[in-house]
Design a protein. Structure first.
Length: 280
């Protein structure tokens, strides 16, 4: 049975966050390292802290309610939506530095020829795309009238892809290589489509319960210090620079998907926050 934490003002330096939702999820270490670094940057002013992972399997919609009420968790990290920003304290520093703006296409060996004549968005819409029901991306793709197949789990999507029931799954540069490699023993026909990439504005933020404004201020201050001293970029590069080089976006045909519902306060003018403006 899930233990219900009784949050109070004295616990403002204790963070409760849900664990990764999949055994194949390789992304949690990065998120925790960024969070830990931001808290360390503010330890002098705010004191010691503790991060506790809760065994809570929650899709983003449920996680939002959990964080808003601070019932079991008081912090979540997710691609932003208007609903999240309207209901939670939003720290508008993209912790993944916009790497999710670029999506590569996971597909199968048998499907590769289907992408040889893709010249633009309309061509791509005709191919069956697999998406999780809970993703913000799913709502966007449906609004653009893609041929969407929805599944509740990522593992389920990859099994559909391997079996030929869908043509591709759009995944971030930070995700796709690990996800395909970790499934090679059972789904050995999966590959990254070599010629295409999608561009979708998808800032990935930390969201804090409105009952914890001091915690949100602390994390925001820590992240701003990390941006200023370069430690945010250094952690990002440690995890993702090799994947970015491997993706070779400049050599691909990039198809832009408009995001008309992107919240208006997205800090697109702060170039230091987005990896695409880096010069390596």
């Amino acid at each position: 049975m899930l233990f219900t934490w009784q949050f109070n003002a004295a616990a403002n330096n204790t963070i409760y966050i849900s664990k990764a939702g999949s055994l194949n999820d390789q992304r949690m270490a990065y998120k925790l390292e960024i969070l830990d670094a931001a808290l360390l940057k503010t330890q002098k002013e705010y004191g010691a802290f503790k991060v506790i992972q809760i065994d809570l399997s929650a899709v983003p919609q449920r996680a939002r309610f959990e964080v808003q009420s601070a019932t079991n968790i008081n912090l979540m990290m997710a691609v932003t939506t208007k609903e999240l920003e309207d209901n939670l304290l939003t720290i508008r520093i993209p912790i993944r530095r916009g790497i999710l703006n670029y999506r590569l296409l996971a597909t199968s060996q048998a499907n590769l020829s289907d992408f040889s004549n893709i010249n633009g968005l309309d061509d791509l819409k005709a191919l069956g795309v697999g998406l999780r029901s809970s993703w913000a991306t799913t709502t966007l793709f449906k609004s653009h009238h893609f041929n969407v197949f929805e599944v509740s789990t990522l593992d389920g999507l990859f099994k559909m892809l391997s079996a030929g029931r869908i043509k591709y799954i759009p995944r971030g540069i930070n995700e796709i290589y690990d996800e395909i490699e970790s499934r090679q023993e059972t789904l050995n026909n999966l590959v990254v489509e070599p010629s295409l990439a999608l561009y979708v504005k998808a800032p990935y933020y930390i969201f804090v319960s409105p009952q914890y404004p001091n915690l949100a201020k602390r994390i925001e201050l820590g992240l701003e210090r990390m941006v200023k001293d370069g430690s945010h970029k250094a952690i990002f590069n440690k995890y993702y620079l090799e994947k970015i080089k491997k993706a070779a976006i400049k050599d691909k045909k990039v198809i832009v998907i408009d995001t008309p519902d992107l919240p208006p306060n997205t800090p697109l003018d702060r170039k230091e926050l987005w990896f695409e403006y880096d010069v390596h």
